[in-house]
Design a protein around this ligand. Structure first.
Ligand code: ADP
Ligand code: MG
Length: 381
């Protein structure tokens, strides 16, 4: 179904990330790319849907050279999942499952049918489709996340460490579900992982990479019984592989400067600041810039009749993340609690930045569309 021939990628600056990759993947096969960090797994995966253009070599899908296809059409015909991100809290389960079909402009009946078929596959009642994520247990929500990856009915699905950020028990459950669905639906999956246990559990064949080259491509059994060389032996032997952090970005990389107001100010001051800075939320800090609470337009409207002080009117129950937190984790928190934004504090609880919902939208888009040019995106989501 998928054939990679003499596939190479040399990045600007001369880094040979993938070096003469030759493999074939059958229809309905589950193939895991595994290797140390920097061995070229992500680059190889992203060349398949042309998110990265190969320097050399050929990729054919069902005999068709992908370079002859329109990259956007190609990308939409291939599923791509980077990691299991949270569901959108303000959308029903139905809308969450059919996020990608909606971008693909499927009609309503087709979307509904897909959602109904999928929810049945994970043994959840159809009535759940009209519920919101918060009404489901954490485990049920994760299952819906996996369904979303399958909803657009693409035959080929590329997954780059999708479960890497999950705790071991959840990961194990979702691996089982993924494998089960892949087999039942006959999907072809190319799956990047760092974890040999995961590769052995899921894959029909494992492609072990090192320095951009394939060291061994074979079934788990054959690799375990006949490791091609010392490198593979060590790789199998190193039981506790360090889990790669799929998104190494931390909140500090993207946070912006929040608009603040100090504790002893009045609500009139707050309104003036909001108008002047064109924001609907102010973060309340003390003399040492320590985060004390926040004040939203809604707070002011509802509290103004009884107080004129910021300290009195502010919402003290404020969710925050520490600097150095992985962006992915703060995304989960924002999605789970349906927050507009989330302040970042340092070890002394001083306010140092703000992560906004716009950042999250970026991450969601990146998950679904990768590096696709923005002008190619459909107008509505
Ligand atoms: P893996 O997914 O196995 O960790 P990658 O495919 O991400 O590996 O990277 C392979 C090699 O290519 C690494 O040495 C990495 O630093 C380098 N690399 C990845 N992306 C780029 C880029 N955009 N520009 C230059 N070098 C890159
Ligand atoms: Mg990678």
């Amino acid at each position: 179904m998928l054939k990679l021939e003499h596939l190479s990628k040399v990045y600007r600056g001369g880094k040979k990330a993938v070096d003469d990759l030759n493999i074939e993947i059958e229809k309905g096969e589950f193939v895991a790319f595994i290797g140390t960090s920097g061995s070229g797994k992500t680059t190889a995966l992203r060349m398949i849907n042309r998110m990265i253009e190969p320097t050399k070599g050929k990729i054919t899908i069902n005999g068709e050279d992908v370079t002859n296809k329109n990259p956007v059409t190609l990308r939409r015909s291939i599923g791509y999942v980077i990691q299991q991100i949270g569901l959108m809290p303000h959308m029903t389960i139905r809308d969450n499952i059919t996020l990608v079909p909606k971008l693909l402009k499927w009609d309503k009946d087709k979307k509904n049918k897909a959602a109904e078929e999928l929810i049945e596959l994970v043994n959840l009642p159809e009535s759940y489709l009209d519920m919101y994520p918060a009404q489901l247990s954490g485990g049920q929500q994760q299952r819906i996340g996996v369904l979303r990856a399958l909803a657009a009915n693409q035959d080929l699905i590329l997954m780059d460490e999708p479960f890497g950020a999950l705790d071991p028990i959840t990961r194990d459950t979702l691996q089982d579900l993924m494998k089960d669905l892949q087999q039942r639906l006959g999907k072809t999956v190319v799956f990047v992982t760092h974890d040999m246990d995961e590769a052995i559990k899921l894959a029909d064949r494992i492609c072990i990479m090192h320095d951009g080259q394939v060291v061994q491509y074979d079934t788990p059994d054959n690799i375990l019984s006949n490791p091609a060389n010392q490198f593979v032996k060590e790789f199998i032997g190193s039981h506790r592989l360090v889990q790669e952090k799929p998104s190494a970005k931390i909140v500090d990389d993207v946070m912006i400067t929040p608009i603040t107001i100090s504790l002893e100010k009045s609500l009139d001051d707050a309104i003036r600041t909001m108008v002047q800075k064109r924001v609907d939320t102010l973060f309340v800090v003390d003399g040492q810039n320590k985060l004390k609470g926040f004040l939203s337009v809604e707070n002011i409207t509802s509290e103004r009749h009884r107080t004129s002080s910021v300290a009195d009117a502010m919402e003290k129950d404020v969710f925050y993340v520490m600097n150095g937190t992985r962006l992915q984790d703060s995304v989960r928190r924002i999605l789970r609690r349906n927050l507009k934004n989330i302040p970042v504090v340092d070890a002394n609880h001083r306010l140092v930045g703000l992560i906004t919902r716009a950042h999250i939208v970026d991450i969601v888009y990146d998950t679904i569309w990768g590096d696709e040019q923005i002008e190619n995106l459909p107008e509505e989501i």
